[in-house]
Design a protein around this ligand. Structure first.
Ligand code: FES
Length: 190
């Protein structure tokens, strides 16, 4: 394992959340062919879509371990949507790890990808199990197919980014992107 003295001293003495989240849980993995690091995040999520347990396992450098420790701690008690927004803010994660992580964006990205994968696994599962009247498209923000169709029609939207701006669908883990794309094509007749 690559060791960075400053991080090792500060983050390793406070290392949190190593292990496996309470079951049933949702897991995400990431890996780097360049350095061989592997990360795994598991999340236990309550009925209100809030993360009540987050844990990680890792084989990798100090910065990756520290990033996973910090990220899993930060997402506890957050909704999956809030956690996804946090995971995508790589600059803030990196700066929170101190100067030793300044040029180690790839390590921070690996931690972020593992967390986002776990959130996507939850979103896909929740979407599949949804039994409401309107099909649920964006689990993170609870946006239905009908809402997205209405937004596209009334505001003449033609991109995922414009749909996200209009109704928040896609602003979290992005697992709904392919579905939003399909609705765009259907409504706009492409
Ligand atoms: S399901 Fe996560 S952003 Fe839509």
């Amino acid at each position: 394992m690559r060791v960075d003295a400053g991080l090792a001293a500060e983050q390793f003495s406070n290392l949190k959340n190593v292990g496996e989240a309470a079951t049933p849980n949702f897991t995400g993995r990431s890996a780097s062919f360049a350095c061989g690091a592997v990360a795994r995040v598991s999340l236990h999520i309550d009925d209100a879509q809030r993360i009540d347990d987050a844990k990680f396992k890792v084989a990798g450098c100090t910065v990756l371990v520290a990033a996973l420790s910090v990220l899993t701690e930060q997402v506890k008690n957050k909704t999956t949507a809030e956690a996804a927004v946090l995971a995508e803010d790589l600059e803030t994660i990196e700066s929170g790890l101190g100067p030793e992580a300044a040029d180690r964006g790839d390590c921070v990205l690996l931690a972020s990808e593992a967390l986002l994968e776990a959130i996507r696994a939850y979103s896909d599962s929740a979407r599949d199990q949804w039994d409401g009247d309107d099909a649920l498209i964006c689990t993170c923000f609870g946006v239905s197919e009908r809402t997205i169709e209405n937004e596209i029609q009334t505001k003449h939207l033609n991109s995922i980014a414009s749909v996200t701006r209009a109704c928040n669908a896609g602003a979290g883990c992005r697992s709904c992107y392919p579905l939003i794309e399909e609705i765009l094509e259907e409504v706009n007749g492409k």
